[in-house]
Design a protein around this ligand. Sequence first.
Ligand code: ADP
Ligand code: MG
Length: 460
Amino acid sequence: MVAEWSQALPRLRERVGDRNFTAWIEPISCVRDGDGLRLEVASRFMFDWVSGNFLGDIRRVLREQGCELPITLAVGDGRQVAVAPQVATTVATTTPSAPRTTRRPQIGHLVPEYTFDSFVVGESNARTFRAVQAIAEQPGRRFNPLFVWGGVGLGKTHLVHALANELLRRPRRCRVGCIAAETFMNAMIGSLKQDHMAAFRDRFRALDVLILDDVQFLAGKERTQEEFFHTFNALYEANKQVVLTSDKPPHAIPQLEQRLRSRFEGGLIADILPPTAEMRLAILRKKALLHDLALPEETALVIAARSGVSVRELEGALNRVMAIADLEGQPLTPVLAAEVLGHVPATVGVISVEDIQAMVSQHFGVSVGELTSHSRERRLVMPRQIAMYLSRTVADASYPAIAEKFGGRDHTTVIHAVRTVEEKRQQDQAADDLLKTLGQSARKGPHGRKLPPSSSAKAS
Ligand code: ADP
Ligand code: MG
């Protein structure tokens, strides 16, 4: 084996994790190719996935160990698809349907595949999606700032990159900056060190739209908060659009200066909740389409029922199934999917709302009748909201279905309950722990019953 490659393998394993390593890195064969290294993979699918997700890590690890050779990635059957040595990894995927960004952002890098088109819209994100679309139409006019918050892997970055891509695609000239809060901080520190602060400020203040991703990162970073506060004000006062994302709402970000928090709260706060069962299927279909892959509906059902709550986990499950099917030359059957994902605990789809109600009523010492009643007694309100929340996130029931099973309420009550509990969860460690425990015992079932190992996925 090529020495540089075998030296890189242990570091890569650390970097990408065992599972990814076995599925994606280990199968690569590395050969010398003129003055460089050629990494060969078995199929077009592997090529897309490795170039889209791991090539950056591979290059970094090789560089860190002092290997500066140009690297190309190729499909090993002779149909070479070369990747230019310095192309950014996100641009390297060559899915034919991938739309191209015509212009680059003034600040930051965008994932070209993150577009409005490739974003599945449904109950859990529709309101936020509409707000972002309105901003694409008229930045700086409405919803300023827009503060998008939601759990990890629910599509925040996708959505704001889609906004940036859309703004840059349109003929109207719009100067866009889209960066992670952490990158903002690093750029600021770099400018401070080199005494370039004036230039740093000018760059940001010349933007029409500034998107700052993952602002929860600013927690406790006083100097960065101060700098960002001034950037924010300068843009805001000039009617420029600011969009922020975070894994929690503004008031739940610890050690965030009051004045910054009130700025964040001054516009529209919009959340992204975990996708519904229907959306999970739609997302799987869309991802399969992007990979040019025929995914049977039955198989999609199994995957949707056997992956974690976030879209990222859902994608991960799909990718594992596709990888194994590809490596073993097998069709994407539901049985194969169940086999591949078998060891993943089923988190959704096989637990009923009734199971949740029974479990929650037992935990809080209230009856199921009280839980589903319309009584506003204080001791019932929180358990009821928690039961609704778990019905949504663990049992994966739709809002109307939950509303029906909680005494025929309006489904907006359920949406409100899910939001309230999600917020509490973000703010309060004890609440988060309690919900984790309840979620786990719901999955085990009321009598410690284990869920069946193979598929018993249901449609919605
Ligand atoms: P976050 O920034 O909230 O942690 P990301 O935007 O990184 O989440 O999303 C994680 C993955 O899930 C990405 O690959 C993204 O394309 C995908 N994803 C999330 N939401 C959607 C959606 N509604 N439609 C299609 N793909 C989605
Ligand atoms: Mg993100």
